[in-house]
Write a protein that binds this ligand. Structure first.
Ligand SMILES: [Zn+2]
Length: 266
């Protein structure tokens, strides 16, 4: 819920609207029941979005159209790399794969487009620069992990591709997300540029909730356990206060009303 505190707080404090997007691009992993639970948790906390939830699975057309545009300029290629390809590369090199393209050199080899084969977009080289509203100006290379897989070999669209397409079509001008995604930003800025977005959105990468040991808290540790906290009798104000304190927005947990969250960013 720390992410929700940041999203709503920053949006309200800067006069922006909150766009709620259900990221169900992966048909194998998405479960409508989880979406419903998330929406219910947000409503209980008093965090209302300014749009109806937008589901990626409602219309694959925008992703198809974006991919077609990139294909038209010769940046799309089929990739038949599997886990074994990555493992073989790592055995030979003595380290995990990283670098341009893909470990199997699929663009150079000319792999046929067929079922069971993934799709990559060539990102090119150079450096991307963007503004992070918390961390300042950031510079990074977009192709450290090679070209971007936009469709996996099961035919699922991938997260980094979908969110860049969505951020453009929904005119998102501020992306608020956890620091764990900082490394993914340069390639998303580059992909946006290739799709015609000259000016990247502003980013705000917030701290993650950490256990006392410093390890990142996972969902199983209760990071998103609004339901459990509710069952233990905590109020929505208690839960928001706990979440804000866990990421350092409050010095100590105290009840925090949804309407008062923007003041944390004043
Ligand atoms: Zn490949």
């Amino acid at each position: 819920m720390a992410n929700a505190v940041y999203v709503w707080g920053l949006a309200r404090a800067t006069g922006r609207r909150v766009v709620l997007r259900i990221e169900d691009h992966d048909r194998q992993r998405s479960r409508a029941v989880f979406d419903a639970a998330l929406l219910e948790d947000l409503a209980w906390l008093g965090l209302a979005a300014d749009t109806e939830p937008i589901r990626q699975s409602d219309d694959w057309g925008p992703y198809e159209a974006s991919l077609d545009g990139l294909r038209g300029v010769g940046l799309v290629y089929p990739c038949d790399c599997t886990r074994a390809t990555f493992a073989a590369w790592a055995r030979e090199a003595g380290r995990a794969w990283s670098g341009g393209g893909c470990p199997g050199g699929c663009r150079e080899r000319g792999v046929d487009e067929r079922p069971g084969v993934g799709t990559r977009v060539a990102l090119g080289t150079g450096t991307e620069v963007w503004d992070d509203e918390r961390l300042g100006t950031q510079r990074d290379i977009p192709d450290r992990d090679g070209d971007l897989l936009v469709r996996d070999r099961h035919g699922n669209w991938t997260y980094p591709f979908c969110v860049v397409v969505d951020d453009m079509r929904h005119e998102i001008d501020l992306v608020v997300r956890g620091e764990d995604l900082l490394d993914a930003t340069a390639r998303q800025v580059r992909l946006g540029r290739l799709l015609g977005r000259e000016e990247p959105p502003a980013y705000y990468h917030h701290p993650l909730i950490r256990k006392r040991s410093g390890a990142k808290l996972s969902k199983s540790d209760g990071d998103s356990g609004v339901r459990d906290l509710r069952a233990r009798g905590l109020t929505a104000e208690d839960v928001l206060g706990e979440a804000a304190a866990a990421v350092g927005l409050l010095e100590a947990a105290r009840p925090l009303a949804a309407a008062d969250v923007p003041e944390l960013f004043g």
